[in-house]
Design a protein around this ligand. Structure first.
Ligand code: NAP
Length: 477
């Protein structure tokens, strides 16, 4: 990095030595999920940069969706936390868990204490279907079901009615596959995972025998990845039902599928599933395509059935293939509906928001003052709140690298403003003066040890603590 930095006209001049040992760059990262950790990693790897980074997280526990989103029966995906642990152990990285942005610290506080702030807060809500009956009791966002079975403290007290024989899952992405799989998997298999105990108890009592997954477009347009789809066919005691007629593609879909390795592989897997004879009498997972929910019907004040409309595919002007209702409708009785049509970003206090795209407006990670607006010096984004809720965990690595490149450019160009209180002690003083019960990474390690020790006793990776008060007690805060 060139060390001859110049302040931008109109901003407070910065020292030309910013980012050196004498004058380290101070960075706040809001959010300790994959996007936050990969941002820290990219900063640590930046050559010729001395920095000190504070990571803030709303929950006491780190890792974001790796802990609260990744399915409990996918432990290998969670191994990435070992890397995050190494990152958090670096002497110039501090973790402040149990700190809520906008309540315990706000944007102004961070800009007063850091040269640069990165918002990596993810997408905290879900997309809506916009159909009648969506809000009936028994109709839930799949993201809530996921958070519940993964022991997210905000969802511990939710309940999901598993007393009806059929559940309907709407959507054809990996989250839909996850929730459908958890509903049909033998709970005794889940008992060996880190699934939350309350969810395991409920799933052991579940009467759900059939899960119907509805894809509004065809099998060539499924958003699920092939490994996840293939896994469905290996579930013990579960018949996966695919109608071979659904796999006959229209010419546009066939042409589109030819261009995608994932679509080709998915179609092979689906053909294999369609050719199988159901073994019965276990659970069934039915994959229906070209089917949209038109309405969720009520029975006794709650979900009783789903009216499903058959779709056809049409080519939109942009060349994309979209679905269109045919008017041909059937009704599926069901007691539970999980709407798995995508996560959705929500605004955070005092930071601009693009309410059409549901993300913080940005140019390659530099926050803008509005969609299409000007760059806000010192403010950056990474992960889902930057690009929308897409991709796998690893996608956040190049995403964070792009953001960090912009941060380094800003430092080099003298665009970073000078905070009033950059000393690391100043943030601790602020949190303590406000009596914020923040936790450190060492505190988290205590909880981690308790969870894994309890897990060892039960032959599980860990037994999750699912209440914040109990977490803080164990952490000694
Ligand atoms: P997603 O991949 O975007 O899938 C959303 C699904 O909802 C699509 O099939 C979409 O259909 C459908 N949909 C949207 N609006 C709809 C509507 N109004 N009616 C019916 N269907 C509708 O989202 P996701 O499943 O929530 O996953 C989020 C991200 O996390 C993805 O990138 C996913 O791969 C990732 N993830 C990965 C894993 C893993 O690696 N194991 C696990 C979970 C999640 P259209 O295609 O027609 O829009």
């Amino acid at each position: 990095m060139t060390r001859h930095l110049h302040a931008k006209a109109g901003s407070t001049p910065v020292s030309t030595s910013l980012g050196t040992q004498e004058h380290p760059l101070r960075v706040a990262v809001v959010g300790a999920g994959p996007a936050g950790f990969f941002t820290v990693e990219a900063l640590l790897k930046a050559s010729d940069l001395a920095c000190s980074i504070d990571v803030f997280n709303r929950l006491p526990t780190p890792y974001g969706l790796v802990r609260e989103g990744v399915a409990p029966d996918h432990p290998s995906i969670k191994k990435v936390t070992r890397k995050y642990d190494r990152i958090a152990s670096e002497p110039n990285v501090r973790y402040f868990g149990n700190v809520t942005f906008g309540r315990d610290v706000d944007r102004g506080d961070l800009l007063r204490h850091y040269h640069q702030v990165v918002y990596a807060v993810g997408a905290q809500s879900d997309r809506r279907l916009g159909i009648p009956g969506e809000d009936l009791a028994g109709s839930h966002a799949a993201t809530e079901f996921v958070a519940w079975y993964n022991g997210h403290p905000d969802f511990t007290d939710r309940s999901f009615d598993l007393s009806h024989e059929r559940a309907v899952v709407i959507g054809n992405g990996n989250v839909a596959v996850d929730v459908a799989r958890i509903l049909v998997t033998d709970p005794e298999e889940l008992a060996a995972t880190d699934i939350a105990d309350h969810a395991l108890d409920a799933l052991r009592r579940s009467r759900v025998r059939e899960v119907v997954m509805l894809g509004r477009r065809g099998p060539a347009q499924g958003k699920f990845t092939s490994v996840e789809l293939k896994e469905l066919g290996r579930l013990e005691g579960v018949d996966v039902i695919v109608d071979a007629a659904d796999l006959e593609l229209d010419p546009a879909s066939a042409a589109e599928a030819e261009m995608s390795r994932v679509a080709i592989r998915n179609l092979e897997i689906l053909r294999d599933l369609a050719a199988r004879d159901p073994k019965g009498p276990g659970r069934r997972l039915v994959l229906r395509f070209l089917a949209s929910p038109a309405e969720i019907l009520e029975a006794d004040g709650r979900v009783g059935a789903v009216r499903v409309e058959r779709n056809r595919l049409v080519q939109a002007g942009s060349g994309t293939i979209r679905s269109e209702g045919t008017g041909d409708v059937d009704t599926l009785e069901a007691g539970l509906v999980l709407r798995s049509v995508g996560y959705r970003g929500v605004p955070i206090p005092d930071v601009a928001f693009d309410s059409e795209r549901h993300l913080i407006p940005n140019l390659a990670g530099r926050v803008l003052d509005g969609p299409g607006g000007s760059v806000m010096p010192g403010e950056f984004v990474a992960g889902w709140i930057k690009r929308g809720p897409s991709g796998i965990i690893g996608t956040n690595k190049p995403d964070a690298a792009e953001t960090v490149a912009g941060m380094l450019d800003e430092v080099q160009g003298g665009g970073a403003s000078a905070p009033e209180r950059p000393a690391p002690e100043a943030m601790v003083e602020l949190l303590e003066s406000r009596q914020v019960r923040y936790v450190t990474f060492e505190d988290w390690r205590k909880l981690d040890e308790v969870e894994t020790m309890e897990g060892e006793k039960q032959g599980r990776p860990r037994v999750k603590v699912v209440r914040v008060e109990r977490m803080l007690e164990i952490m000694g805060r």
